[in-house]
Write a protein that binds this ligand. Structure first.
Ligand code: GLC
Length: 723
């Protein structure tokens, strides 16, 4: 072989591995290309029917992709606190798989009670690793509807009564979820604040109340959380269904707020093809399942194709919907950056437990009954159906197929079983007849006589008319005769602590009879261990209430002047902006436990408040700082809350509004300088006469406290007109 040939063959041998035989990738498949370029390229290759196939469901939790182009289907999952079980393809029947058991995270009301954005980020990141593992590219959460009445069956899925707290916690959750290239879907937009007649009720809410109370969490989700999907609510707003409400979706969400993601209908919330097309719905999900024909009958399926093919619908409008869905896909399943994820791992269970522990609220602790000192305790009596009841697997669409759930009794036995005998009495039952209830109560009271410490575990549950989707509660009282049982146990004179598992507030006729009360929410897979950690002092409680616990239902604005549940057609939010503590402050009503309330096993003192200036203009900001010291003997965390009062305003304003909070962890004797920045936004209110936010010059006060009814320091300053 001559030398030239040898050289040529050597060159080939050296260069071969570097010769790119791969076909040039189409732009839409090239993850190095900008998302918008990929969107346009994919769109340009799709037929009209392929485009319509993207905008409606073709199974219970999914919608078609474009198999011809290698664009995958969209796989959505409920709920906000962990994955719902896989369903049989086109039904609402659990598939009974062995591979979809996962981590149950705490209910979002528990996350809100942590008042800690780091917990929100942890929650979202941990949960989306589970979703990624199961190849889901959208999580149908967080729910951010404001707690307007304690009768709402879904309050456990949301984050309380205050728009600022809800906004901050929702944004942190969304950022956590989307950090793994899984889309969060903030819901339900908007004013879905009751379950009673939820699919038809028309909510009437004035412009100022919308913007100050019910919009902020959605607006923050879009503008601060950069959320990639929003779910329309079932109800109507101002006479038009929210899932295709022109004002909400076009004017506000996509117009004013600049939302570039996907509007998903609540399932079965789409009622009109033309409205759905024209008013901003992008993806129609449904409940009418069972066959491909069923999906083809969806409002944005065959009816949409008919209109397009007759030239009665503008393909450019369809293209906008498809762009939004493709954009979400190129941010998620087709981003090339989704992690492999993990499912029900020890790490995820530990994450769930940490959030549950940080959300538990110590409401009352007279005589430091808690933490329980096991020395001298031979027998612990645990009483209550909620001590053994599984909670994460029910309650509606937020049900989670948890790999396991540690119930409170198990958690208590895990923690104290080697030091004391732990016995259990149900005390009450969900299905007991009156005579059976009497004997259950008697057995518990008899057992109390030989116990050294009583732990009562009660509250609500996920049964219908309790904390459950689709219906509201029918009573503000605890169910199943618990009030009488709690009083009976208290009357024994034994050391006692009551632990309430619920997502809502409730009447407490016994509150003065018991020394200690803990609000434990729905804690997920590790609920029982989290409760035990707090009860026995391994964890110092640091949760704060995300909503007001009213003493009686009439103290709640919606039940005083607000009109709940409406007349069957319409519900008018007559209380306006005065929701929760905004109402009790205005009316001088003393709540049972206030918004932001939560005790610790240690104590915190607040030093002198300092402002960086006594005057500011709306282009400036003031720094507010205050030293906080742990004066107790245990390490602990304090949520330092900042409220603002507008001394004089042209429209009525709340006495105070939450505009900042920081959770600080302090060792005994340690001091932290807690610093807030107060700018124009924190001083503004929404003025409907100018359809915008205004900060009026004049005097303001900042109030720093440990709760909305426990203000430790305040200082005045002036907002001057622009210099
Ligand atoms: C339900 C809920 C919504 C849920 C959806 C799918 O009715 O309102 O929150 O994500 O339908 O189950």
């Amino acid at each position: 072989m001559n030398s030239a040939k040898i050289i040529f063959l050597s060159l080939i041998a050296v260069l071969f591995p570097f010769m790119n035989f791969a076909q040039e990738l189409p732009v839409y498949q090239d993850i190095s290309k900008p998302v918008e370029e990929r969107v346009e390229d994919a769109l340009s290759r799709m037929t009209l029917r392929e485009k319509v196939g993207l905008v409606h469901a073709d199974r219970s939790y999914g919608a078609a992709g474009v198999p011809r182009l290698g664009i995958p289907e969209n796989n959505l999952t409920d709920g906000p606190s962990g994955m719902r079980p896989e369903m049989v393809w086109q039904t609402w029947i659990h598939a009974g798989l062995a591979s979809d058991s996962c981590t149950a995270y705490p209910a979002l009301i528990c996350l809100a009670a942590t008042w800690n954005q780091e917990m929100g980020m942890l929650f979202g990141k941990s949960y989306s690793e589970e979703a990624a593992y199961r190849k889901k590219n959208m999580i149908l959460g967080p729910g951010v509807n404001i707690f307007r009445t304690p009768m709402n069956g879904r309050n456990f899925e949301y984050m309380g009564e205050d728009p600022y707290l809800t906004s901050q916690m929702a944004v942190s959750y969304i950022k956590g979820v989307q950090s793994n290239n899984v889309a969060a879907c903030v819901k339900h937009f908007a004013v879905n604040n009751q379950e009673h007649l939820r699919t038809t009720i028309n909510a009437v809410v004035d412009e100022r109340t919308l913007n100050e109370i019910y919009f902020p969490a959605f607006k923050a989700a879009v503008q601060e959380g950069n959320v990639w999907a929003v779910m329309g609510a079932y109800n109507k707003f101002d006479g038009q269904y929210c899932c295709h409400n022109s004002f909400l979706l076009q004017d506000v969400l996509k117009g004013q707020w600049g939302f570039d993601g996907v509007v998903v209908s609540d399932f079965g919330g789409t009622h009109d093809t033309e409205e759905a097309i024209e008013n901003g719905l992008d993806l129609e999900m449904g409940t009418d399942l069972g066959s491909i024909e069923a999906y083809n009958r969806y409002k944005m399926a065959d009816p949409y194709i008919d209109l397009l093919e007759k030239g009665e619908a503008d393909e450019a409008v369809l293209d906008d919907k498809v762009r939004r869905i493709l954009r979400m896909m190129f941010r998620t399943s087709m981003s090339g950056h989704q992690p492999w994820g993990a499912l029900a791992s020890e790490k995820h269970m530990a994450d769930s437990r940490k959030i549950a522990e940080e959300g538990i609220v110590l409401m009352k602790n007279e005589g430091d009954v808690l933490p329980i000192d096991l020395s001298g305790v031979r027998r612990i009596l645990v009483v209550g159906d909620n001590a053994t009841r599984l909670m994460s697997r029910s309650g509606g669409s937020s049900e989670v197929k948890s790999k396991y759930e540690i119930v409170p009794l198990e958690g208590i036995r895990n923690r104290a079983g080697d030091r004391a005998e732990v016995i259990w009495q149900p005390g009450y039952s969900v299905n007991a007849s009156e005579s059976a209830a009497d004997s259950l109560r008697k057995e518990a009271l008899d057992a109390a006589c030989t116990a050294d410490f009583i732990i009562y575990i009660g509250g609500l549950n996920k049964e219908l008319y309790q904390d459950c989707e689709g219906v509201d509660r029918q009573s503000f009282s605890l169910p199943y005769g618990q009030d009488e049982l709690i009083s009976g146990l208290a009357a024994t004179g034994k050391k006692m602590a009551a632990v309430m598992v619920s997502g809502n507030s409730y009447a407490m006729p016994w509150i003065d009879e018991i020394p200690a009360l803990v609000q434990a929410w729905y804690g997920g897979s590790e609920a029982g261990n989290a409760i035990a950690s707090v009860l026995f002092g391994d964890v110092t409680p640091s949760g704060k209430l995300p909503f007001t616990f009213h003493g009686k239902l009439e103290d709640c604005a919606a039940h005083s002047i607000g009109e709940y549940p409406g007349d069957g057609e319409t519900v008018e939010y007559k209380e306006g902006i005065f929701v929760g503590y905004r109402w009790t402050d205005k009316e001088n009503i003393k709540p049972q436990f206030a918004f932001g309330h939560g005790l610790s096993y240690t104590d915190f003192s607040y030093g002198k408040i300092r402002l960086s200036a006594k005057t500011m203009t709306e282009d400036e900001a003031i720094t507010v700082s205050i030293p906080v010291t742990n004066t107790g003997k245990r390490a602990g965390a304090e949520v330092v809350q900042l409220y603002v009062n507008d001394v004089k305003s042209s429209l009525p304003r709340p006495v105070k509004e939450l505009k900042g909070f920081k959770k600080v962890y302090l060792a005994p004797g340690e001091t932290a300088e807690v610093i807030f920045t107060v700018g124009k936004d924190a001083l503004s209110f929404y003025d409907p006469s100018v359809h915008g936010w205004v900060a009026e010059a004049g005097d303001f006060k900042v109030m720093i406290g440990s709760a909305s009814d426990d203000i430790r320091a305040e200082a005045g300053f002036r907002l001057a007109d622009r210099r």
